[in-house]
Design a binder for this molecule. Structure first.
Ligand SMILES: [Mn+2]
Length: 434
C-alpha cells in the first residue's frame, strides 16, 4: 500500500499537497493527521468524501510499503508514523519547500526546493504530464498555494508559484470558494487575545529593526493563533514578532512572524526545537527550565547574533555631498545643480549643516533680482539626518513620513554622504546607477 501524509496542525498547503499526490497517482491513499488547522477542518467537514482520504487511526501501517511525505521532512511532525521509522524495504518520497536542514526523514527520492508552496512542486508535475484538473481539485490546490504565499505576496513567492496559480485558475479553480477558506472570520476569543497583546507589547530595536515580543497566558486551546499573530505584527508595525502562549507551567508555544528578509524566525525558534520558514515559524516547548521571560531574553540574544546581512545606508548613499556656503546665491546653486544633474544642495558652514536647497525652492523666486540673493532666504532649515548603519528601508520610511527627498548621512557629527530618492529606488529595484 502507498500512502501520502503531512505534518500535524495541517495547513492548506499540506492538505492540498496530500490531495495533489493522490491526483497524480490514484493508487496512493491520503492520510490526514488528526490535528488540522481550523480552516482545513471546516473544508474537510464538507469536502472529505470527494477525496481519497483517511486518518492515521484507520490505517494498518504493516501494509504500507511506500510513504510519501509532503510539506515537511521531519518524523516528529508526522502523526502516528513512528512505526515506519525503522521499517526496512520502505520506499520514501519527499515533496517539500522547507529548507531548514532539520530533516531526518531519509528519502530515496525527493523534490525539495525554495518555493512559495509545496503545491507548486506538485503542479509542476501535473503540468509536465499535461494533466487537466476538475474545478474542485483546482480549487483546493489553489487554496493551499494562496495560503502559503499570502495570495502570492510573501517574499518566498516565485514566478513559478504565480504560474501554478494561473494553471489552477485555467482549470476552473473557484475564487469564491477559495476566499471563504482563506479568510476565516475572527471569533471573539481571538479578538480578545489580539487586544490583550496590543496592551502589553515589549518593543525592542535589534540591529536597527523593530521587534515585538509578547507573553500571553491561555487557559484553554484557541484556534488559529498563528493568524492572530500575523495580524498583530501588522497592527503594531514591527519587522518581526515572537508571541509566547503559555498554557500551564509545563507547556507553551512560541509563534513568530517576520516581514524582514534579514530576520529568520525559523532559525531563532530552531534553538527551541521548533521550525518553519524564514518568515513564519513556531516552537512547542514542554517542561523548559526557562521562564517565558527568560526565553524572550534568549530570543533577543539570538536575534542580535543573527548575521547583520543586507545593505546599509552607507552602501547606498551618494558622496561627496555637494555643498555651498551660506553666502552663495540662488543663481550659483541653480548652476551647480544643472551642471551636476542633482536636485538638492546642502548649505554648510564649518561642518555644520545650516539648511538645504532643493529644485522645488526655485519656485519661490518671483522676481529676477532674487536670483542674486543668498540661499539663506530660500533654503529650508528643517534637516532630517540618518545614520550610516541604518537599513535602507528606514531611510525610505523617513522620506515618506516627512515628504523629503534628501537625507544627509551623519556619523559622529560629521556629514559623510546623502541619500536621495534615486539612491533608494536604485537599491530596491536593483537598478545599477548609470
Ligand atoms: Mn507549506
Amino acid at each position: 500500500m502507498q500512502i501520502v501524509t503531512s505534518h500535524k496542525n495541517t495547513d492548506f498547503d499540506a492538505l492540498a499537497s496530500i490531495i495533489g499526490i493522490t491526483i497524480l497517482n490514484n493508487d496512493v491513499l491520503g492520510v490526514v493527521p488528526k490535528m488540522v488547522n481550523s480552516n482545513v477542518d471546516k473544508f474537510l467537514s464538507t469536502h472529505k468524501t470527494a477525496f481519497n482520504l483517511i486518518q492515521p487511526n484507520e490505517l494498518n501501517l504493516d501494509r504500507v510499503n511506500k510513504l510519501i511525505v509532503v510539506d515537511t521532512d521531519q518524523w516528529r511532525r508526522l502523526d502516528r508514523m513512528e512505526k515506519l521509522k525503522e521499517r526496512e524495504n520502505l520506499t520514501i518520497e519527499i515533496w517539500d519547500h522547507h529548507m531548514n536542514g532539520n530533516g531526518d526523514i531519509n528519502a530515496s527520492w525527493k523534490c525539495q526546493e525554495y518555493i512559495g508552496a509545496t503545491v507548486t512542486l506538485i503542479v509542476r508535475e501535473m503540468k509536465k504530464r499535461g494533466m487537466k484538473l476538475n474545478p474542485l481539485d483546482s480549487t483546493v490546490l489553489l487554496i493551499g498555494l494562496y495560503e502559503d504565499t499570502g495570495h502570492l505576496t510573501y517574499r518566498s513567492t516565485t514566478a513559478e508559484d504565480a504560474m501554478a496559480a494561473a494553471y489552477l485558475l485555467e482549470n476552473g479553480a473557484d475564487l469564491n470558494v477559495a476566499a471563504r477558506f482563506l479568510n476565516p472570520p475572527y471569533e471573539e476569543m481571538q479578538r480578545d487575545i489580539l487586544f490583550s497583546m496590543m496592551q502589553d507589547t515589549e518593543k525592542v530595536v535589534i540591529n536597527n529593526r523593530a521587534i515585538g515580543l509578547n507573553i500571553v497566558k491561555l487557559d484553554k486551546k484557541v484556534k488559529d493563533l498563528s493568524g492572530v499573530v500575523s495580524m498583530y505584527r501588522k497592527i503594531i508595525n514591527v519587522e518581526a514578532v515572537f508571541v509566547t502562549f503559555v498554557y500551564d507551567d509545563t507547556r507553551s508555544v512560541i509563534i513568530a512572524r517576520s516581514a524582514n528578509e534579514h530576520i529568520n524566525v525559523a532559525e531563532v525558534l530552531g534553538h527551541f526545537g521548533g521550525g518553519g520558514h524564514h518568515s513564519a515559524a513556531s516552537a512547542t516547548i514542554a517542561k523548559s527550565p526557562l521562564t517565558p521571560h527568560e526565553m524572550n531574553e534568549q530570543i533577543k540574544k539570538l536575534l542580535r547574533a543573527q548575521r547583520k546581512t543586507g545593505a546599509t545606508i552607507a552602501d547606498i548613499m551618494s558622496f561627496p555631498v555637494t555643498q555651498v556656503p551660506p553666502s552663495a546665491t540662488m543663481k550659483d546653486v541653480q548652476e551647480l545643480m544643472a551642471s551636476q544633474h542633482i536636485r538638492g544642495v546642502l548649505v554648510t558652514e564649518e561642518d555644520q549643516i545650516l539648511g538645504i536647497v532643493v529644485l522645488w525652492d526655485f519656485k519661490k523666486i518671483k522676481q529676477d533680482r532674487q536670483w542674486d540673493m543668498s540661499v539663506k532666504s530660500f533654503m529650508s532649515r528643517k534637516i532630517i539626518t540618518v545614520e550610516p548603519d541604518a537599513p535602507p528601508a528606514l531611510a525610505a520610511e523617513m522620506m515618506t513620513a516627512d515628504d523629503i527627498g534628501h537625507l544627509p548621512v551623519v556619523h559622529e557629527g560629521k556629514l559623510i554622504g546623502i541619500v536621495t530618492r534615486t539612491d533608494i529606488l536604485t537599491y530596491f529595484y536593483g537598478m545599477v546607477p548609470e
